[in-house]
Design a binder for this molecule. Structure first.
Ligand code: ADP
Ligand code: MG
Length: 469
């Protein structure tokens, strides 16, 4: 098992793949799946590391490169426009935001505007670039207010403004509203009412909802999914697309897990129990695009559709062996045709090498839990003994179990018991094993079998349990 006094001395690998113990084949293939963009089916009992393997694959993937969003369609609002932008494009569009209005010389602007926006010094009246806070002529701070001309008394600090709203007399002799705006690079713009109307209209036409952001996790987990969770939806609005009281269609579009997993891993637990939804997963895998539409046929969202939304994911499906007959054959052959099927291991041989791995496992669980003390050498040994008992009982095999969630539970319970002592000892593990028994295990211990227990529930006499009923 290696040489250590407690698990604090045991080395924990950085690489998430190396943290998975006893599943050598799965780990080897996980690397290939990530590198070659294959799919993967993991079959085996709960708590053997299927989720862990899927997460490790996602950690090997590069950061997503694309953002997926929808735009308001001013011609046909029920058909929001799809927009897929690379990170670079997003940056560029932020930089080259359209400018409204006309650039003017700050000397041509009203004095109070030039002062407020930092083009003119309030103390000496000279002009200088607005990005320069200190007046080059007199050394005054252009953003401070000098109330007393004889003393540089700072009365009040003035906020740096970028916009001033005011009025002017227009060509027709009437007063009109204008806005002076300082650009980020320090130029002065004058924006008229016509400019503002244009700006509002453009903004309306460019309205965007981000469905799948650029910065996202490459791991999307789905358990017992509903159709809308998996494929996306367009929310219902009783007022539909009504211009005043309705919510515009594009704002009601919601991405599904298949879209959120674009460029990442889509992990589906209990894949076979998804029933008819499996065929949609197959289609989305084949097409790498899947429309988003209102999934409730009676809802106002049903007429709204965004076509060809990208969903290029790596599918990692997990399931129990018993559910294999429920797996859609076409989906299965698709996975086999472009990926792997793995029956995960339920136990491993009892060798010194594998005992070392169990110590690593214990150290990992304690580290991840973060609230329990380290485990002594003796405690790890006892945990392995329990692992051997489980292997014998559940798999009728000699060796150490890899149903590690169970052992992890025992370790955490033992940790709670050892909180005051500062180290998990063998005795804590023993006690935790007793405490961690499931209801079924407790029943078989108390009564001879299920039938007797059921009788006991009805107040009938049983051999062992009658007094406690
Ligand atoms: N092979 C393994 N190596 C290391 N830890 C494991 C392994 N299998 C399970 N565990 C531990 O048990 C927990 C549950 O495992 P999980 O991957 O969710 O199992 P599954 O998805 O097969 O039900 C993990 O978070 C991890 O702490
Ligand atoms: Mg799991």
């Amino acid at each position: 098992m290696g040489d250590f006094e407690h698990t604090g001395e045991v080395l924990i690998p950085e690489n998430p793949l190396e943290r998975i113990i006893g599943q050598e084949r799965a780990v080897r293939i996980a690397g290939l799946v990530a590198q070659q963009h294959r799919h993967l089916l993991l079959v085996g009992p709960p708590g053997t590391g299927k989720s862990l393997i899927a997460k490790a694959i996602s950690s090997l993937l590069p950061n997503p490169k694309f953002e997926i969003s929808v735009l308001h369609n001013s011609e046909r609002s029920e058909k929001p426009l799809l927009s897929v932008r690379a990170g670079k494009e997003i940056l560029l569009s932020q930089k080259t935001r359209k400018e409204y209005g006309k650039e003017i010389d700050p000397r041509g602007a009203p004095v109070f505007v030039a002062e407020k926006l930092g083009f003119r010094c309030k103390r000496c009246g000279s002009f200088s670039p607005s990005l320069q806070r200190i007046c080059p002529s007199c050394g005054a701070d252009k953003y401070l207010k000098y109330d007393n001309p004889f003393e540089d008394l700072i009365i009040r600090e003035q906020k740096e403004e970028t916009r001033v709203h005011t009025t002017r007399i227009g060509h027709n002799g009437k007063e009109e509203l204008v806005v002076y705006e300082k650009t980020e690079d320090g130029r002065l713009l004058i924006i008229t009412k016509e400019d503002m109307v244009k700006m509002k209209k453009d903004e309306k036409n460019m309205r965007r909802k981000i469905l799948v952001p650029l910065k996202r996790k490459t791991f999307v987990e789905v358990v017992a999914a509903s159709e809308t969770e998996l494929l996306g939806d367009v929310k219902h609005d009783p007022y539909g697309d009504h211009p005043e009281i309705g919510t515009p269609a594009y704002l009601r579009v919601v991405a599904g897990a298949i879209h959120e997993a674009h460029e990442g891993v889509l992990y589906i637990d209990e894949l076979a129990t998804l029933g008819t939804l499996q065929k949609y997963i197959l289609t989305s895998m084949q097409e790498r695009r899947f429309p988003i539409t209102g999934r409730n046929p009676t809802s106002a969202g049903a007429i709204i559709k965004v076509d060809k939304v990208p969903c290029d994911f790596i599918l990692v499906g997990a399931m129990n062996m018993n559910d294999l007959p429920l797996l859609n054959p076409a989906l299965r052959s698709r996975i086999r045709g472009n990926g792997y099927e793995i029956l995960v291991n339920t136990h491993m041989e009892d060798t010194p090498e594998n005992r070392k791995k169990m110590a690593q496992f214990a150290a990992q669980e304690i580290l991840m839990d973060g609230r329990i003390p380290n485990a002594s050498y003796g405690a790890v040994k006892e945990l392995i003994e329990e692992g051997k008992r489980i292997a014998r009982k559940l798999d009728e095999k000699s060796g150490i179990t890899l149903r590690l969630r169970k052992l992890s539970g025992i370790l955490k319970l033992a940790g709670d018991l050892a909180l005051d002592e500062g180290l998990i000892e063998q005795s804590h593990i023993k006690k935790a094993i007793k405490e961690s028994k499931t209801i079924e295990e407790q029943i078989t211990e108390r009564y001879d079998n299920w039938w007797v227990a059921q009788g006991a529930d009805f107040g009938l006499r049983s051999k062992k349990g009658s007094e406690t009923v």
